[in-house]
Write a protein that binds this ligand. Structure first.
Ligand SMILES: *[C@@H]1O[C@H](CO)[C@@H](O)[C@H](O)[C@H]1NC(C)=O
Ligand SMILES: *[C@@H]1O[C@H](CO)[C@@H](O)[C@H](O)[C@H]1NC(C)=O
Length: 368
């Protein structure tokens, strides 16, 4: 009997031990994989980003509207348009509105043919040229709306329509998920303006906050957000999505009666009119940052030439809409009503993705 046990023990024990060992091994492998997964996903995703180019996946019914200046037309604008043609979800149209300042009407090189050639200088691929021919158009406006040319003519054209419009600047290389992200949130929140960057208004209606730390609380940027966040003013630099039905005709009819400095701070003009109509403005979370390609600061130069500055122009515009800003949304110092930020590891991941996009940009276009 004893012998039997001994024999059977001897017989079983290697199996038992190896089973325990394989248990350990599985545990270690699982832990190892779990630790490695974020890296594997990041590497996989990075490779995907490098391949991600011009696949005409879906087309949305969003129209992109922007404006440019003679100084930016041949430098910044081609980058912006290239990024808009490389979106994972494509727009229905891209419209570049130009104001008929004497400069623009006199110059002969502010045309679609020049823009097309500039973009071909950046990228010779057939698909970009084909998309350009299909989607991009230039419109010369009769009235000069300054920077507000990016949205006033198109809001007027689609008056009270629910046509989604993405409004953006001409000096950013937009990341490929810009349109897709804005559109996705605009379907979830159909009666709100959806943007990637914005700030809350101070109840003394003074623009800006002092100091780097306060500034970090004040300017809300989408890659750091964990959840959507209501702001007072959305900014066009990082793009936003509106529908003309959010506004009434005051947004363009009152424009020419407004003081000159207020007419030049278009973000506050648009957000003020939205506030008047109870249209919420949200900054939403997004995957990554855009790449700035600014060379000339046209607006700053204009303000300086005309003895104005951005601070006083912004504060003046905030006072202009003083009654309209939402009282429950005043900016509070020291982050008292700051948004919820992403966990640090997700921020690292977003930074990594932004870095990959930047690397890809440099590989394609060099350091600009
Ligand atoms: C466009 O035309 C203007 C004069 O009309 C000229 O000064 C400028 O250099 C031209 N720009 C390019 C990129 O051809
Ligand atoms: C906005 O909301 C306020 C208060 O709820 C209301 O009095 C006002 O009529 C609303 N305005 C519009 C344009 O809906």
């Amino acid at each position: 009997m004893i012998q039997y046990f001994i024999r059977s023990y001897n017989y079983r024990s290697p199996l038992k031990r190896s089973r325990r060992r394989s248990h350990y091994r599985s545990c270690i492998i699982i832990i190892f994989l779990l630790t490695l997964t974020p890296f594997i996903i990041s590497i996989f995703y990075s490779l995907f980003i490098f391949q991600l180019n011009y696949f005409e996946s879906y087309s949305s019914n969003v129209i992109i509207s922007l404006t440019s200046t003679p100084e930016r037309f041949h430098h910044e604008l081609p980058f912006a348009i290239h990024s808009l043609l490389s979106q994972t979800q494509l727009p229905k149209q891209i419209r570049v509105y130009l104001s008929p300042t004497s400069l623009i009407t006199q110059r002969e090189n502010l045309t679609l043919e020049y823009l097309r050639a500039n973009i071909q200088n950046l990228d010779l691929s057939e698909i970009i040229t084909r998309l350009f021919d299909k989607l991009v158009e230039i419109r010369l406006e009769e009235e000069d709306y300054g920077p507000a040319t990016k949205f006033l003519p198109i809001i007027k054209e689609f008056y009270s329509d629910s046509q989604p419009l993405m409004i953006c600047d001409d000096d950013q290389y937009y990341h490929p998920y810009t349109l897709a992200t804005l559109y996705e949130y605009s379907i979830k929140y159909p009666n709100s303006i959806i943007g990637f960057r914005g700030w809350r208004v101070r109840n003394d209606l003074i623009w800006g906050v002092p100091g780097k730390y306060e500034m970090a609380y004040h300017i809300i940027e989408s890659p750091y957000l964990a959840k959507i966040y209501r702001v007072g003013v959305v900014t066009a630099t990082d793009a936003y999505l509106i529908r003309p039905s959010f506004f009434d005709s005051h947004i363009y009819n009152d424009f020419n009666q407004a003081p000159n400095d207020i007419r030049h701070v278009d973000d506050i003009w648009l957000s003020g009119h939205a506030a008047k109509r109870n249209i919420t403005r949200y900054v939403v979370p997004s995957c990554c940052s855009h790449i700035g390609v600014t060379r000339t600061h046209a607006l700053e130069q204009y303000l300086v030439n005309n003895k104005m500055n951005r601070l006083s122009a912004n504060s003046h515009a905030l006072t202009w809409f003083g009654e309209n800003w939402e009282k429950d949304l005043w900016y509070r110092f020291n982050g008292a009503n700051a948004p919820e930020y992403r966990s640090w590891w997700r921020i690292i991941y977003r930074e990594w993705i932004s870095l990959i996009f930047k690397l890809k940009f440099i590989m394609y276009f060099g350091f600009i």
